[in-house]
Design a binder for this molecule. Structure first.
Ligand SMILES: Cc1cc2nc3c(=O)[nH]c(=O)nc-3n(C[C@H](O)[C@H](O)[C@H](O)COP(=O)(O)O)c2cc1C
Length: 145
């Protein structure tokens, strides 16, 4: 039987001051990647100056409990769920937490030179990932430049 995958997408407002951003984000990714790997959680975290948009994929109970913990984190506020649903497959199966950023250091480059969203890698189907990245980006709309 295929794995049941729960996908939760939320958006939140970052409370991290700009001057501490690099340091704080590095810490979040370090912890997230190591804990998610152990818990079988995959996903992506999109970062702009003011917003986070995160997709979490995995077992429903695991994802729900992780989200409850993340929701309480004071490095962000105004956490609102964009989607919470059972889906057929993981979209970010290669990433315990991919970093999506408009400016450098992304694991998945978001734009090509023409401004189109790019597939993750040549060996990936890409389409579903592109669609989901577009949806994540659209939840913060004009703020994400
Ligand atoms: C925007 C954001 C995204 C986060 N994503 C994750 C994540 O994917 N996995 C994770 O374990 N912790 C994530 N965290 C950190 C958790 O809130 C929490 O600090 C971490 O899981 C450590 O919890 P613990 O000290 O109780 O083990 C995130 C925090 C923020 C602010």
């Amino acid at each position: 039987m295929a794995e049941q995958v729960h996908r939760l997408i939320y958006r939140s407002h970052s409370t991290v001051p700009r001057e501490r951003r690099d340091e704080v984000l590095a810490e979040i990714f370090d912890v997230a990647r190591s804990k998610n790997k152990k818990a079988g959680v995959t996903g992506a975290l999109l970062i702009s100056d003011n917003w986070f948009v995160q997709t979490l994929e995995g077992d429903e109970t695991v994802v729900t409990e992780l989200f409850e913990k993340i929701r309480e984190d004071d490095r962000h506020t105004d956490v609102s769920v964009v989607e919470s649903a059972t889906v057929e497959d993981r979209v970010f199966s290669r990433w315990s937490m991919a970093r999506i950023s408009p400016i450098g250091r992304s694991d998945i480059p978001l734009h090509d030179v023409e401004g189109r969203i790019r597939p993750a890698a040549p060996d990936q189907p890409g389409r579903e990932q592109q669609d989901l990245l577009t949806r994540m980006r659209n939840t913060i709309g004009a703020d994400f430049v």
